[in-house]
Design a protein around this ligand. Structure first.
Ligand SMILES: [Zn+2]
Ligand SMILES: [Zn+2]
Length: 274
């Protein structure tokens, strides 16, 4: 099956607040997101559809038709306040996780019979998004960065072999990267908060691991890489092994950019990431 994706954008304000909680409780759980005036985002929505190819047109669905359907849905949200101007967040918090599921319902119901909604990815910010495929659990992802020096050098190989295999990455004094780590968690949404995980808890947990690597020389300062080459493959497995227990079974996928051109994905032992 071919999957076709089209990107949409809309801008909206929102506020995290529950009327049935005291101001103190709202403040404790949602912090600065409780402001009565709200704040806003440029949302980006990637809509993926699939279906039998139309033999005459060679398309899953005419993108112009998809554009019209999704834009009609988004009109209700674009340049609006999600809490006050739409009917969907009277009894649930307008988190990215809840919003992506609302959009799923509205878009899926409008698609013609020959097309099927396959996947939605909703970005609240370029480094934070939620994903939903209509059947499974919701996913939530966030990007983090750390900067570290390293040298690719395998203790099991001779100096000549190391130089032949790793080339300039074998430079004895090392070199470094801005690593970008994408952390995807998956699970049920807490009906009270509308969140899959508390964002501050996720940030704290991920930082507790990556801050150990930030501004360090991996081979010289991180024991895990003392006898193991600090390839991105070994780094992503290390990060998974450190993060998975802390994230209490919710870690679904890690993606690591060593440079903008070298990207690695890991979903745990013996799982091939989608
Ligand atoms: Zn927000
Ligand atoms: Zn390198």
């Amino acid at each position: 099956m071919v999957v076709a994706t089209r990107r949409f954008e809309f801008s909206a304000a929102h506020r995290y607040w529950r009327d049935d909680w005291s101001a103190e409780e709202n403040e404790r759980v949602f912090g600065p997101y409780t402001s009565p005036y709200g704040h806003g985002h440029n949302y980006t929505l990637d809509v993926s559809i699939t279906g039998e190819l139309d033999e005459r047109t060679g398309m899953v669905m005419n993108m112009t038709e998809l554009k019209a359907i999704v834009n009609e849905v988004l009109e209700e949200f674009d340049h609006k306040h999600l809490n006050y101007d739409t009917p969907y967040f009277r009894d649930q918090v307008p988190t990215t996780e809840n919003l992506v599921r609302v959009l799923w319902r509205l878009i899926a119901a409008r698609l013609p019979a020959h097309a099927r909604l396959k996947h939605l990815r909703l970005y609240e910010q370029p480094d934070l998004w939620a994903e939903y495929d209509g059947v499974g659990e919701t996913q939530f992802a966030r990007l983090y960065t750390f900067a570290a020096a390293h040298r690719l050098h395998a203790p099991a190989l001779s100096d000549e072999e190391n130089l032949a295999i790793y080339g300039k990455c074998n430079n004895p004094n090392g070199h470094g990267h801005n690593y970008t780590l994408e952390v995807t968690v998956q699970g049920p949404i807490d009906p009270a908060t509308g969140m899959l995980v508390d964002l501050e808890w996720l940030d704290r947990t991920v930082h507790s691991v990556i801050d150990r690597l930030h501004l360090r020389h991996l081979d010289r300062e991180i024991p895990a890489f003392a006898d193991r080459p600090s390839t991105a493959e070994n780094i992503i497995v290390y990060l998974w092994n450190e993060l998975a227990p802390l994230l209490e079974g919710r870690l679904a996928l890690l993606r690591l950019w060593e440079t903008r051109k070298n990207i690695f994905s890991y979903a745990g032992p013996s799982v091939i990431p989608a």
